[in-house]
Design a protein around this ligand. Sequence first.
Ligand code: GLN
Length: 501
Amino acid sequence: MQQGEVQIFTGSPLGVLFLWHVFNFLALKKFNNLTEIQSEISAGALNCEALVKYYLKNIEQQKELNAFLEVYQEEALQEANRIDQKLKDGTAGRLAGMVVALKDVLCHEGHELSCSSKMLKGFQSQFTAPAVQRLLAEDAIVIGRVACDEFAMGSSNENSAFGPVRNAADLNKVPGGSSGGSAVAVQADCCLLSLGSDTGGSVRQPAAFTGTIGFKPTYSRISRYGLVAYASSFDTIGIISRSIEDNALVLEIIAGYEEQDSTVSRKEVPAYSTQLSEEGRVKKIGLIRETMESEGLNEEVKAKTLEKIDALKAQGHQVETVEFSLLDYILPTYYILTTAEASSNLSRYDGVKFGYRSPNGTDLESMYKKSRSEGFGEEVKRRIMLGTFVLSASYYDAYYTKAQKVRRLVKDQVDQLLSEFDFLLMPTTPTTAFAIGEHSEDPLEMYLADIYTVLANVCGLPAISIPNGEDKDGMPIGLQIVGGAFKEADLYAFSKKLLPA
Ligand code: GLN
């Protein structure tokens, strides 16, 4: 085109309209899944470099969210160029074009890892977690490290040593926690997918609060090596995404045996991403009565859950209300056992081997005490003390042993339900995202945010939170589906049908 032609083209009303559309398309474009991105790449309309720049711009323009602790600008661009070359050569991996963020509890060699705590400030990972390694091996690009509640303890992301993360739907509200940064990064279109960790709901609860999809697999499905331990018999790595397809593909890639984690399952990993459209038979779904009748359940969340149930029934599925008398015992069981495990796991941060060391110690013991007192935040200290208390000789049987027994009873009851039903269904959270500061004075109120999510962790089961509309203020609502052990494929396929096409 000659210069004159450009002038004629842009000068005509039609030309202006055309350019206006192109501009809007480029400015507003959001990628909803990897397939969209990869097909634009193969059509020559996009490359990884442009994609990374797009996300970097979104991160830069939304700094007030405080989701990223670190953005790997140069490294991500270098990786993008390397993968663009591989795409040209036809040697790119399955995740070429996927830009991800990592929760600040996952080891990534040569990168800082702080667990959003002052205790580990400046610490660098010495190796890469296999889950992260497998993403990188398939050419995913890590764009940054995202904030969380300190050592993954919390339900609002207010317990980070680096300030609260904000919900992109309303900056005065929390994004949920502990993987709040992971959820907001996806919600605000700062990456396509993120990894988080889920010990009692930390992937599903923030997903519900941000309108994203949060998946927690069966305990032991993904190696925990390189995931900083909070409560080892509950911890799982989880995946937050915009689409079921991406979530399933990533699980397929990161799950499976690996020799460093003695608890990881040796079960073969199904190709989840290719089993999404399997023609499902009619499903039997259990609706736990106590979850729908619980006192703290918000009316709008309840109404949306019931609407979904009506829709399921209309599709021919069987939904039955079931009793689950132990619901009230799950939270105390969870908080006794996880604090006990945490008090043991966190004993390694003593100011000697790595991380923060207080300059105020006068002898060995005061160095330990001061390093831990100054390095950890309030909530982490509360849990270490609670955990130490329930493990102490005089109270061990009254709390720890009893909670272990209740855990077994809960698991037996839930396994029984799942032998009769394909899935258990409930809201992910009793309310939508609450205001920053609303619950920070009252830990018990905060713990209630986990009332529906801890069940899956107490029993080691896979569970997903999918978006289920919004409340009258436009805050997202989540629906949770819990499946039988290692039934990830069924959960994905069923959830996909519940989401708008
Ligand atoms: N909110 C729960 C807790 O504080 C869950 C945390 C998590 O899953 N990491 O323990």
